[in-house]
Design a protein around this ligand. Structure first.
Ligand code: GRF
Length: 246
């Protein structure tokens, strides 16, 4: 990518230092509980600042001084996008007063047209980071070229194990005793990009796919909030596959 100073990174190296707060676009396809965890993190920090300001008797001045979003979380969700309408994820965003959009593949002549339209729509919000949180479509080459090293995804398994749509079911079928979740930078393959963070989750006797996925999702939401906050506050470097916070 191009540095703010205009110099080019060497091949295989991506560096990004977001603004404060970092601007986040979240992509969803379903229930949006990961999105809700991010909304809650942003709102909790806003509430904390309001409380502190009121405590000090300086509510007016603080409201003017603080940018939207939370310096402690470090990120503000500027838009939520989906590949379908009528989903809880979009409802959650609307209830939180966040702008939304939906682009359905079937409304475009080709998958590539959809990918470019999604790229252009997301670009309107000038994100530092795009968070694919339960977005059930593979992002295409045009989208990823525009946001190189700035798109993360969350997967309900410990990569590189069990990629694809059925991570919890595949882990159960294999009989592993520990699985988990992975937050990674999207690189164009299936759940195989550079890993940012992982959390382990035990498989319990008697688990079925739903109970295991629910336990994983509890860990996944906490991991995602932690990762997004750290990326937002510190910036990041991707050196080939190695991700570090700056
Ligand atoms: C998450 O487990 C995600 O990893 C998977 O789908 C689930 C989305 O859950 N791809 P939600 O929509 O955030 O509740």
């Amino acid at each position: 990518m191009v540095h703010p100073e205009g110099t080019k990174s060497p091949p295989g190296l991506v560096e990004h230092r977001p603004g404060a707060p970092a601007r986040i676009v979240v992509l969803v396809s379903g229930s949006g509980t990961n999105l809700q965890a991010l909304i809650d993190a942003e709102n909790a920090e806003k509430a904390q600042h309001t409380d502190e300001a009121q405590h000090a008797g300086k509510a007016q001045q603080a409201a003017k001084a603080e940018p939207a979003g939370s310096p402690a979380f470090g990120a503000t969700i500027v838009a939520v996008g989906a590949d379908r309408t009528g989903i809880q994820g979009l409802d959650r965003a609307e209830q939180a007063g966040i702008p939304t959009f939906a682009l359905r593949v079937k409304d475009f002549a080709t998958r590539e047209d959809w990918d470019r339209a999604l790229r252009d729509k997301v670009a309107e919000y000038e994100p530092d980071l795009v968070v694919s949180a339960g977005f059930m479509k593979l992002l295409g080459p045009d989208f990823l070229a525009a946001f190189d090293g700035r798109v993360i995804n969350t997967h309900p398994a410990l990569s590189p194990s069990f990629p694809g749509m059925h991570g919890p079911a595949d882990a159960l079928a294999y009989g592993v005793k520990v699985t988990g979740c992975t937050v990674f930078f999207v690189a164009g393959g299936v759940d195989d990009g550079p890993v940012v963070a992982q959390a382990a989750v035990p498989v319990e006797d008697g688990d079925d796919e739903a109970s295991l996925h629910e336990r994983i999702k509890t860990a996944e939401r906490a991991l995602l909030v932690d990762v997004v906050g750290r990326l937002a506050r510190h910036g990041w470097t991707i050196d080939n596959r190695k991700v570090t916070f700056q």
